[in-house]
Design a protein around this ligand. Structure first.
Ligand SMILES: [Zn+2]
Length: 472
């Protein structure tokens, strides 16, 4: 291995190193799976300039130096499925299946407003940062009339916390009056949704390389959305070159709904509407046939695997190893906090591995995930789902400086020799540093961009207000 192969900007190149991270183990998650027992990372202007083994080469005076002794550097984690507003609706419907849980929670969710969503999004994003996440999506599909600009407040929350953010303009148009599951007061009509979707793209979508905000379109699920909205959203997204997201094949109940309503499985239904393709990523995909797994691989359709949420709702074990073996893209998501109260993305690495081995009945790498595959899913796999694999998801020169530096020298991890095993199999590790585009978001285990205690107080007040509103 040539230790200098990753130094395109050697002295004389004119690019000034502004940050040096050194003395840490490094898992680059590049295509070769390159790892260094002890190495360094050089940053310049929000991008990675070099990654290599051993001590950092001399750099100009004035560069910030981070001593990573006892730490592991990985790409920042990428969260590919979430509903940030749910942060203030945790601990409810604890023993319900997906449909029962939704029916219990829809009336509470119908009360949301800008203040409640802002409080939930700031808390949820702050918590994601503290669990190593540098890029997140958000699937917001609830827009009660008169509730304000709810998409805008989630984008403002991401800018406050400092995460890279690819939110979706979600939607529901199939209420109970039309055979859907949601109450009619929380759905919108088709024209309003399409106009709001175009507006969201026009106002917020930034396609430039390394951008901090990109929009996708995301009708909610087969049982809350009309076929027309699915097809029209796909057409609108493709006309604007933005991505598509929805829930699919999450539960047996959903499959039965599709068979009864559309006379086909959820995956067949999605394909009939133009919803399989390299610009589509789908949450859950627990119940897929062999034929569906092949179609996902052939079309490049992504799966956002949310193992803890699937466990909380008893949805089943997703066929992640089968999807990966077939060549289909897969990333990880925490899902909304109302069905996954933890909200810690780093924990999903371990959950994905465990669920895979429980499904296989075996820990053998030929049959189930291992620690490095789990780390891949949480980083580069997720980056591909968001169409950002050239920008984030691995530590390589030219990519964005989105880096998690995990402390592995404390009581919870210090005796585990393999740092990747310590991160994935051990308890959730604290962060020495988290950078997004080179900017510090977390340092020494604390959020630096916002006051975590204030976020907690605000979320608690919003949660109580929503609960009181329901009771009044
Ligand atoms: Zn979800």
């Amino acid at each position: 291995m040539n230790p200098w192969r990753d130094l395109p900007s050697a002295p004389g190149s004119g690019r000034v190193v502004d940050t040096v991270i050194e003395n840490c183990a490094i898992a680059t998650v590049d295509a070769q799976g390159t790892e260094y027992e002890s190495g360094h990372i050089l940053l310049t202007g929000g991008t990675i300039l070099a990654v290599g083994p051993g001590a950092a080469p001399p750099v100009a005076d004035g560069a910030r130096r981070i001593d990573g002794t006892g730490c592991l550097a990985t790409p920042g984690l990428v969260n590919t499925h979430h509903h940030l507003y749910q942060w203030i609706f945790r601990g409810l419907a604890q023993d319900a299946t997906l449909f029962g849980w939704l029916i219990e929670l829809y009336p509470r969710w119908a009360r949301i407003d800008e203040d409640a969503v802002a409080a939930a999004a700031q808390a949820g994003l702050g918590w994601l940062a503290l669990s190593g996440c540098t890029t997140s999506t958000d699937h917001h599909y609830l827009f009660p009339r008169g509730a304000g600009d709810l998409l805008c407040v989630t984008i403002e929350a991401a800018r406050l916390i400092g995460l890279r953010f690819d939110p979706t303009r979600g939607s529901m148009d199939r209420g109970r009056a039309h055979g859907g599951l949601p109450p009619d007061e929380v759905v919108e009509d088709l024209d309003r949704i399409l106009a709001a979707s175009q507006d969201a793209i026009d106002r917020y979508h930034d396609p430039s390389p390394g951008s901090l905000t990109r929009i996708a379109l995301a009708p909610c699920s087969p049982f809350s959305v009309s076929s027309e909205l699915m097809a029209e959203s796909a057409a609108l997204a493709r006309a604007n070159r933005v991505r598509l997201h929805t829930h699919l094949a999450e539960t047996v109940d959903e499959e039965e709904f599709c068979l009864a309503t559309y006379r086909c499985t959820p995956a067949e239904y999605a394909e009939s509407l133009g919803w399989l393709g390299p610009d589509v990523w789908l949450a859950h995909c627990v119940h897929l046939s062999d034929a569906a797994v092949k179609r996902f691989a052939a079309t490049g359709t992504g799966t956002a695997h949310c193992p803890s949420s699937n466990g909380r709702l008893g949805a089943g074990h997703a066929r992640i190893k089968d999807l990966l073996d077939a060549g289909a893209p897969v990333g990880l998501g925490v899902d909304g906090a109302a069905s996954q109260e933890s909200g810690m993305l780093v924990e999903e690495l371990r959950s994905a591995l465990y669920v895979s081995r429980l499904r296989a009945g075996s820990p053998e790498p030929e049959r189930a995930l291992n620690a490095r595959t789990a780390l891949f899913l949480g980083t580069r796999g997720g980056a591909r789902l968001l169409g950002r694999e050239d920008e984030i998801g691995s530590l390589e020169p030219g990519k964005c400086a989105d880096i998690a530096l995990w402390r592995l020298d404390g009581l919870g991890h210090a005796d585990i020799a393999d740092p990747v095993a310590a991160l994935v199999l051990g308890p959730a590790a604290p962060l020495k540093l988290l950078t997004v585009h080179g900017r510090t978001v977390v340092e020494d285990g604390e959020l630096r961009t916002a006051d975590a205690a204030h976020l907690a107080r605000r979320a608690r007040a919003a949660s109580r207000r929503m609960t009181d509103a329901q009771g009044s």
